[in-house]
Ligand binder design. Structure first.
Ligand SMILES: NC(=O)c1ccc[n+]([C@@H]2O[C@H](COP(=O)([O-])OP(=O)(O)OC[C@H]3O[C@@H](n4cnc5c(N)ncnc54)[C@H](OP(=O)(O)O)[C@@H]3O)[C@@H](O)[C@H]2O)c1
Length: 382
């Protein structure tokens, strides 16, 4: 007989300590916690209810009977965390923590400033360490941290954010191994709510990397799994969401996917095998561009094929109108490559054409699509 599904109920007499939860995902989570019995919340946030959406959420849940404390403070300040914890009435002790603070400061690692690194690291690393230490003696039913698949995959352009999330995964393991509650909820991009939903350019970048998104309902189900009580049979310290081989296979087939960098990472060999076994059921293997070039009838035809293939990629990557393409005269740089997209394009060129082209060469004012195609085909052109 299938086990009955556990229904999560929160204790209305307990206080839930929510950090970073006046942001997109946290607001959705808070409403859901209310719907499932929670009545007492303490939020720690630097901007409190300054934003319209944060103010609305607090008003809305108070109107439904919630007792809300909004503490203005920084999770990476030990003093702010201690003051917030001290302000909770002993009659309604803290029984659960959600740490969802984050600061997104994307940049390629080579050009990332120290400030960008630190700003992204602080809320997750120092902030979570503070929560872990300040609440060390408090018996908690859950201590959930929102991590990201960026940490698992090592997403280019997010070295700071990836490192910060990996810290959460390691801290969860440390806590569970010392018999403390913890779950690192490793989320993929969430569609419809949250930071990615408010920044479509990030969603586009992740789609190009073959990553798919989950909706709000899926995100809340993941929280439910992360918050649910543990027992001796369930000591899970992290839950990875959004890496279902069948879904990844679909996103890898999409024309949007041009830089699935993680496929080349040996750590994901088993995942790749699982994706390929789904793939072989539905798709015949594709011929590589290099083999198409090799069987061309003449050098001119090979150059044409390579130029077409490269143009397709450039059009998709930079959202160009095909009319703008002037393969013989306009330089590749003139289509508007920035360093993030440039790195993606270089990786793609290496994967598809087995050509390791220096960034400066790719951006050279004299390098047209035609000249690039000729170089790939090993043909000298003027
Ligand atoms: N959105 C997604 O698709 C996605 C995917 C994977 C993982 N996640 C994770 O889910 C969590 C929530 O993401 P979101 O989309 O809701 O982001 P969000 O809307 O930007 O919310 C993050 C919140 O963190 C707070 N914060 C930042 N630094 C802080 C600090 N030092 N101390 C206290 N609070 C701080 C911010 O509030 P103040 O500025 O007022 O402090 C902000 O409201 C993050 O941990 C993120 O890494 C999100």
């Amino acid at each position: 007989m299938a086990p009955t599904r556990f229904t999560l109920r929160f204790d209305p007499e307990a206080t839930y300590f929510l950090v970073g939860c006046l942001g997109g995902l946290g607001r959705s989570l808070t409403s859901w916690m209310m719907d499932n019995g929670a009545r007492r919340f303490i939020f720690l946030s630097r901007s409190g209810t300054d934003s319209k959406n944060a103010g609305l959420l607090v008003k809305e849940i108070e109107a439904k009977g919630a007792i809300v404390q909004v503490v203005r403070g920084d999770a990476s300040s030990r003093e702010d965390v201690e003051n917030a914890v001290k302000s909770v009435s002993a009659s309604y002790p803290i029984k659960g923590v959600v740490q969802a603070a984050a600061s997104f400061q994307d940049a390629m690692f080579s050009s990332m400033t120290y400030e960008q690194w630190v700003n992204s690291i602080r809320p997750k690393v120092i902030g979570t360490k503070n929560l872990h230490e300040v609440l060390a003696g408090v018996p908690l039913n859950f201590f959930v941290m929102t991590s990201s698949t960026s940490g698992t995959l090592g997403t280019p352009g997010q070295a700071n954010y990836a490192a910060a999330n990996s810290f959460l995964d390691a801290l969860a393991r440390h806590r569970v191994s010392s018999n403390q509650n913890a779950c690192s909820l490793i989320l993929p991009m969430v569609l419809g709510v949250g930071y990615v939903a408010e920044h479509p350019e990030i969603e586009e970048g992740l789609r190009r990397k073959g990553i798919y998104g989950i909706d709000e309902e899926h995100m809340l189900q993941s929280f439910e799994a992360g918050i649910s009580p543990r027992d001796n049979n369930n000591q899970t310290d992290h839950i990875v969401i959004g890496m279902d081989p069948a879904e990844l296979q679909k996103s890898l087939q999409s024309a949007d996917t041009t830089d699935a960098f993680w496929l080349r990472d040996a750590r994901f060999k088993c995942l790749l095998q699982a994706i390929q076994s789904t793939d072989s059921e539905t798709h015949a293997p594709k011929q590589s561009i290099l083999s198409t070039i090799k069987v061309a009838n003449s050098p001119a035809e090979a150059i044409e094929v390579a130029a077409e293939y490269f143009t397709d990629k450039l059009v998709r990557l930079l959202h160009l109108d095909r009319q703008e393409i002037e393969p013989n005269t306009k330089s590749i740089a003139a289509y508007g490559l920035d360093s993030m997209i440039g790195v993606e394009l270089r990786n793609w060129i290496f994967k598809e054409f087995e050509l390791d082209i220096a960034f400066q060469k790719l951006l050279a004012p004299s390098l047209t699509i035609k000249k690039f195609a000729a170089q790939v085909c090993g043909v000298e052109v003027e």
